[in-house]
Design a protein around this ligand. Structure first.
Ligand SMILES: [Fe+2]
Length: 446
């Protein structure tokens, strides 16, 4: 994805959504509701992306998911005059169809396109399907989180609105009553899922809406919800009864448990570069705890690392393209997946493709993100990302740096799995890449 992709998608969205405006002001109000919601979900996604440290392509995919997540709403309203999926059609599915039909993502890579379409399709599903890849799952869950935060804002405004002509379809025409039904109360208090049919009153519905936070996927999203205070309107309009008060206490306890982390944090007072090496810099940093205790932390600031798991099939058997080289830390020769550092300003996936080709001469037709971690956040600052490379073609020539001596060979996948962690398979980051590969290919799961 390029940096111009998001402004372009935004531009398309504006033109497309506003194209549904008619001379019926009642209809237009509903169209505007979804336009405004989409822009706010985009704002929330920016904040979540900051909190999660998403950069480059992954940040742009997140923003694309946010702006497009509800693009099926407009066609839904035009066709059926309702936002009820139950009484019309699934607006997530419809949105994914619209994106394809309108060719909105034509300039993106097939992988990026697929991830955004998947997130739009499942942003409103009751459950995220099991079969998704790690990257599809991550962005689908993130989209659901950003969406939920804004839904809390919208429903909160409804509950605080005291005008008699507010639209009761927002609460599915349920009876306004302080009664919380037995089954709804029991389910809420024991963290169990609700059935929509069990709800009798608006108070039931409020508990149902509060229970959505049990399913928020990212802690950063819970923290953002807490910071924005969007659940307060529901909480403050819960019935003043034993059940209402117990439900509020349970909700607040959940939020406190998951968002109150001030006692764990440290603030940086100053930072000093102690040494500059070619492959990392060493820093010291003065840090202050919430109890005003001071300490010196030392950090190794290294560039981000990428590792590629290149898979190839030959005569019905699966192989990895592995590299052998001398490792200065260990002072031994190791067998590893091709890997390297991300250069300043370089997209990690481009670094992965470049390293693969430089070290093995193989070009990949397809690159799939497998996972990202911080290799040791105790003192290392950088991020490690693993990719699966497929549809390989051999160019037959490496292009190594002056001080690089690298051999490559095809090794059966089974051998690598069996031998990882022993003998020449000594590089710990390769184990992370292999774990991700096994997860992606369904050989291990939760
Ligand atoms: Fe939606």
């Amino acid at each position: 994805m390029k940096s111009t992709d998001i402004p372009q998608i935004r531009e398309w969205f504006k033109e497309y959504a506003e194209g549904f405006l008619t001379d019926d002001e009642g209809f237009n109000a509903n169209i505007r509701l979804k336009i405004d919601h989409s822009y706010r979900v985009l704002d929330r996604m920016e904040e979540l992306a900051d909190a999660l440290g998403l950069r480059g392509r992954r940040r742009r995919i997140a923003l694309g998911c946010a702006i497009l997540h509800d693009c099926g709403r407009f066609e839904q309203l035009k066709r059926h005059r309702t936002f009820s999926d139950f009484r019309s059609e699934n607006h997530g599915e419809l949105g994914a169809y619209v994106i394809k039909q309108e060719n909105v993502l034509k300039d993106l890579t097939p992988q990026a396109r697929n991830i955004i379409e998947t997130a739009v399709r499942y942003h409103n599903a009751r459950l995220v399907p099991e079969k998704l890849t790690a990257e599809q799952r991550f962005f689908t869950e993130l989209t659901r989180d950003a969406d939920k935060i804004d839904i809390f804002k919208v429903i909160g405004e409804y509950y605080l609105d005291e005008s008699p002509d507010k639209d009761p379809t927002m609460v599915h025409n349920l009876e306004e009553s302080p009664v919380i039904s037995d089954t709804v109360y029991e389910h809420f208090m024991s963290d169990r899922a609700f059935n929509f049919e069990e709800m009798r009153t608006v108070s039931d519905f409020k508990l149902f809406q509060l229970s959505w936070v049990w399913d928020i996927n990212n802690r950063e999203a819970l923290m953002l919800l807490e910071e924005l205070g969007y659940a307060e309107a529901i909480l403050s309009t819960l019935p003043d009864t034993d059940r209402g008060r117990a439900a509020e206490a349970k909700f607040r306890e959940f939020m406190k448990k998951h968002t109150d982390e001030a006692h764990l944090g440290w603030t940086e007072i100053s930072r000093e570069k102690l040494h500059d090496c070619r492959i990392f810099s060493l820093y010291s940093s003065q840090r202050l705890s919430i109890e005003n205790k001071e300490t010196t932390a030392y950090m190794v600031d290294a560039p981000d690392w990428v590792t590629v798991v290149p898979k190839i099939e030959k005569d019905g058997k699966e192989y990895f393209v592995m590299v052998r080289q001398y490792r200065h830390g260990l002072m031994k020769i190791t067998t590893e997946f091709p890997a390297g550092t991300v250069e300043p300003g370089e997209e990690p996936e481009l670094a992965a493709l470049r390293e693969l080709e430089e070290e093995t001469g193989y070009r990949a037709g397809r690159l799939t993100w497998l996972g990202s971690v911080n290799p040791n956040p105790a003192f290392l600052t950088n991020e490690f990302t693993a990719y699966l490379a497929e549809d390989l073609t051999a160019t037959g020539s490496q292009s190594l740096d002056e001080h690089e001596y690298v051999d490559y060979e095809l090794i059966p996948v089974d051998d690598v799995v069996k031998r990882m962690g022993s003998g020449e398979y000594r590089n710990g980051t390769m184990l992370m890449a292999l774990m991700y590969y096994l997860r992606e290919t369904g050989k291990i799961n939760g």
